[in-house]
Write a protein that binds this ligand. Structure first.
Ligand SMILES: [Mg+2]
Length: 146
């Protein structure tokens, strides 16, 4: 079976970590883009068809929670996985309450990464499928009314 790559955007101010995570995701067969702050994340989402954002919580300037709010407001179909160190797991849970799919504890081992990226992709596909079905029902109802 051919794997269709998940389009992942990695957002973290630690460049070494971004490089390592991007490499792992590419090895998993995903299509990876990376930026180093929240503002560039929003700009990137505008012009690109991204499925999943992996978003660091602690970043200078716009932090991960602020970026998450903005992503959910402007790109509600994009799934977000929060990235956190041991000290900020509470913020990660807050992120989930704001609509993030899940969170990953740094350094993000390969099993959790695989599981969470696949889970986020699946949730996005199921959501899109429900919307398509609802649109078809709506259309059929309109046709029936003619
Ligand atoms: Mg950081």
């Amino acid at each position: 079976m051919i794997k269709i790559p998940t389009k992942v955007l990695v957002v973290d101010d630690e460049k070494d970590f971004v490089e390592m995570l991007s490499l792992r995701l590419k090895e998993m067969g995903e299509q990876v883009d990376a930026v180093y702050n929240g503002q560039d994340c929003l700009t990137k989402l505008e012009g690109n068809d991204i499925d999943v954002v992996i978003l660091d919580i602690k970043m200078p300037g716009m932090d991960g929670i602020e970026a998450l709010r903005e992503i959910k407001r402007r790109f509600p179909m994009v799934e977000v996985i929060m990235l956190t160190g041991h000290g900020s797991a509470e913020s990660a849970v807050e992120g989930m309450k704001l609509g993030a799919f899940d969170y990953l504890l740094k350094p993000a081992d390969i099993d959790s990464l695989t599981e969470k990226v696949n889970g986020a992709r699946k949730r996005k596909e199921e959501h899109e499928e429900r919307i398509r079905k609802a649109e078809v029902r709506l259309l059929l109802r309109k046709v029936g009314e003619v």
